[in-house]
Design a protein around this ligand. Structure first.
Ligand code: HPA
Length: 275
């Protein structure tokens, strides 16, 4: 099994290398629901559909395109996932996180992650950005199973899951561009149901500011192999004080994320350019 995973990582990485040549990506970027537009401004791009990459799953989630896009962003060579794999799609954690391990083999120095999330902090509004300062994982841990010693230790430290230097640089960039950013705790559940009002209250009570169905497995895998991580949630729904006719809806979530994608793109691009 271990050999099998290592072989899958290596074969996928070799395939991507055969498409991007000798370029070593500086950063990996994972674009969440409705946030794929950042990939459009990558210059000199090579687009690799997931369907061509050995062992990659296919993206079935709404608002997720399913391409790996390599090229220049903020003057640096990056590799971006336009759409991710989710546990709720039925993929195992090894499939959900395979791309992060592939990016590690390709040599990324940073991982940037993004997602659409419900705001459980009552101060958050639809369209706001939240920089991840910490997370609560209520999904299965993707490192369960035999440890891949070449990638990292059996018991990885999680004291600083999100890089403090990247957070403070991002706050400076946000301030100088008049972009409002919160800093908060992201809670990951499996989905695919949205939460009940009681669950939203529970998550608020245990210290979450935003809730979603992704990102944390990728962050755990990145931190296992010591990759510094920067993460942003786009708040797509206000998960408190529900109006009588309110329902959570996946299409509304993607629309709200689309509307805020510009701000997130600006933040990621400027941050990459100053690193
Ligand atoms: N809950 C979980 N995932 C989400 C939400 C939510 O309210 N909004 C966007 N993704």
């Amino acid at each position: 099994m271990e050999l099998d995973i290592l072989k899958r990582i290596e074969e996928a990485a070799q395939f991507v290398k055969s498409k991007i040549g000798s370029n070593k990506p500086f950063a990996g970027i994972i674009l969440g629901s409705g946030l794929g537009e950042l990939a459009e401004i990558i210059e000199n791009k090579t687009v690799i559909p997931y369907s061509q990459i050995p062992h990659f799953a296919t993206s079935t989630a709404v608002g997720h395109k399913g391409n790996l896009i390599a090229g220049l962003l903020g003057g640096k060579f990056v590799i971006a996932m336009q759409g991710r794999f989710h546990y709720y799609e039925g993929y195992g954690m090894d499939q959900v996180t395979l791309p992060v391990r592939v990016m590690k083999v390709l040599g990324i120095s940073y991982l940037f992650v993004s997602n659409a999330a419900g705001g459980v902090n009552e101060k958050y509004r639809v369209g706001d950005l939240m920089i991840l300062k910490d997370h609560i994982n209520l999904m299965p841990n993707p490192l369960i199973g035999k440890n891949l010693d070449n990638f990292g230790p059996r018991f990885p430290d999680m004291t600083r899951p999100y890089d403090l230097k990247l957070i403070s640089k991002a706050e400076e960039i946000a301030a100088s561009n008049n972009i409002l950013v919160h800093k908060g705790v992201y809670l990951a559940g499996t989905g695919p149901t949205y939460e009940t009002p009681a669950e939203y209250s529970f998550f608020r009570a245990i210290g979450a500011d935003a809730v979603g169905m992704s990102t944390v497995p990728e962050v755990i895998i990145a931190r296992h192999s010591s990759i510094p991580v920067f993460g942003v949630s786009v708040i797509t729904n206000e998960a408190f004080s529900f109006a009588e006719d309110f329902v959570n809806d996946g299409d509304d979530v993607v629309d709200a994320a689309n509307k805020a994608a510009d701000k997130m793109t600006k933040l990621f691009t400027e941050l990459i350019s100053v690193l």
